[in-house]
Design a protein around this ligand. Structure first.
Ligand SMILES: *[C@@H]1O[C@H](CO)[C@@H](O)[C@H](O)[C@H]1NC(C)=O
Ligand SMILES: *[C@@H]1O[C@H](CO)[C@@H](O)[C@H](O)[C@H]1NC(C)=O
Ligand SMILES: *[C@@H]1O[C@H](CO)[C@@H](O)[C@H](O)[C@H]1NC(C)=O
Ligand SMILES: *[C@@H]1O[C@H](CO)[C@@H](O)[C@H](O)[C@H]1NC(C)=O
Ligand SMILES: *[C@@H]1O[C@H](CO)[C@@H](O)[C@H](O)[C@H]1NC(C)=O
Length: 345
């Protein structure tokens, strides 16, 4: 190499390292912009729960978010006398649906306080929404597009050990647990039609065969399949019927609820049979017979146990502590002027 050639080479080397330096610092900036906000808020947050959902209360003494979920600077209270100092006040829909008198509209609402509308129920179960317009800053529900999204369960990477291994003694083909049965519901029609082709064991209050908490999973686990039929087919509404009843019992769920695309996005891969994939209930029944008869085909529905796991959320406190995790990224100065439109959107 000539001297001038070598100089040119050195220059190029310098230039390219400068460029890559610039590029990486740009990348770094981008990464920081998109970085998940720290789970630890900068200051203490006070979350006031106005009513306990369905009147079932949990203990809030001590620092529950830290002790139970390792979320710091996050203090939950149900003491409504602390209203003036709360950063966030959470209102569960069921208890405020009767009328506005259950809301603290007579109190001075601090300008920096956020009000959260909370419901884990599908739209049809949220009555009297219009009276709540213009009151809330954030929504909290199982929906992915809620400000504070708190699903009944979620899929994570890992490995899964169900509480039971289902269908061990082949004593039951498919079960269904239903407490409130309404003939007009979509799931009732499917059940009435499906039971003509396959035996369905029905448990729950409706059939006067309620299962205790202790017996629930073990009973479901005696079957090949579980009808994880939601009471309402609504956007993102996938309840504990899937996450707990079917997955924890180690049986294959037959699902009725949101679209297949939603289940594919939220549930472990290849973990369910979707009712909408079949033209008729006879086709569905025939497919279930085929799957139950072939061990290899049946086992395919549990392949995800090797690569994925599920996390369920059941404790209201865990959900409330999530507000602090999300708080730094939640929109300021937002008001739900038409809550009902959002709920039905
Ligand atoms: C608790 O959270 C902190 C960060 O907020 C983390 O460093 C620590 O490992 C966590 N502890 C447990 C037991 O998860
Ligand atoms: C509720 O909060 C008020 C105001 O901070 C306080 O005076 C009262 O002692 C609290 N009540 C309970 C039961 O902790
Ligand atoms: C809806 O509001 C009316 C009064 O405006 C009340 O009588 C009714 O019980 C409410 N419905 C529910 C489900 O809370
Ligand atoms: C097997 O089947 C019987 C009903 O025939 C049931 O009582 C029993 O608990 C089942 N499960 C297991 C794991 O043995
Ligand atoms: C929350 O919503 C109310 C309307 O009900 C609004 O007046 C207030 O500015 C909002 N608060 C924040 C902190 O954005």
């Amino acid at each position: 190499m000539t001297t001038s050639g070598f100089q040119a080479f050195l220059l190029l080397l310098c230039l390219s390292s400068l460029l890559s330096l610039l590029y990486f610092s740009f990348l770094d900036q981008k990464l920081h912009q998109h970085k998940y906000h720290p789970a630890v808020p900068q200051r203490n947050l006070r979350i006031l729960l106005w009513h306990w959902p369905f009147s079932r209360s949990y203990r809030l003494d001590g620092d529950k978010c830290l002790q139970m979920y390792n979320i710091s600077h996050c203090f939950l209270t149900d003491n409504t006398s602390t209203f003036a100092t709360a950063d966030v006040v959470v209102f569960h829909h069921h208890e405020i649906s009767r009328g506005l008198s259950s809301l603290p509209l007579h109190l001075d609402r601090p300008a920096s306080q956020y009000w959260v509308w909370l419901s884990m129920e599908p739209p049809v179960n949220n009555a009297n929404l219009t009276q709540l317009n213009g009151l809330f800053n954030w929504t909290m529900s199982y929906r992915r597009d809620a400000d504070i999204a708190i699903p009944y369960g979620e899929t994570r990477l890992g490995g899964y050990e169900p509480v039971f291994q289902g269908a061990q003694n082949h004593s039951c083909f498919v079960s269904w647990v239903v407490s409130r049965y309404w003939p007009h519901q979509g799931r009732a029609g499917i059940y009435q039609s499906l039971k003509k082709y396959i035996p369905i064991e029905v448990y729950g209050r409706w059939n006067k065969k309620p299962l205790s908490k202790k017996k629930l999973l073990s009973t479901i686990a005696d079957c090949f399949f579980y009808l994880a039929f939601e009471n309402s087919e609504a956007k993102d509404y996938i309840s504990e019927k899937l996450w707990r009843n079917a997955f924890q019992a180690g049986v294959v769920p037959v699902v009725l609820g949101p679209s297949r695309a939603t289940y594919e996005a939220l549930a472990p891969p290849g973990s369910f049979i979707h009712v909408a994939d079949f033209e008729t209930t006879a086709d569905l029944a025939a497919y279930l017979r085929h799957v139950a008869a072939d061990r290899q085909v049946y086992e395919k529905y549990f392949q995800w146990h090797r690569t994925h796991t599920i996390k369920t959320y059941t404790d209201w406190r865990e959900r409330l502590c999530q507000i602090c995790v999300k708080y730094p990224t939640l929109p300021a100065q937002q008001v739900y002027q038409d809550l009902e439109s959002w709920v039905y959107s």
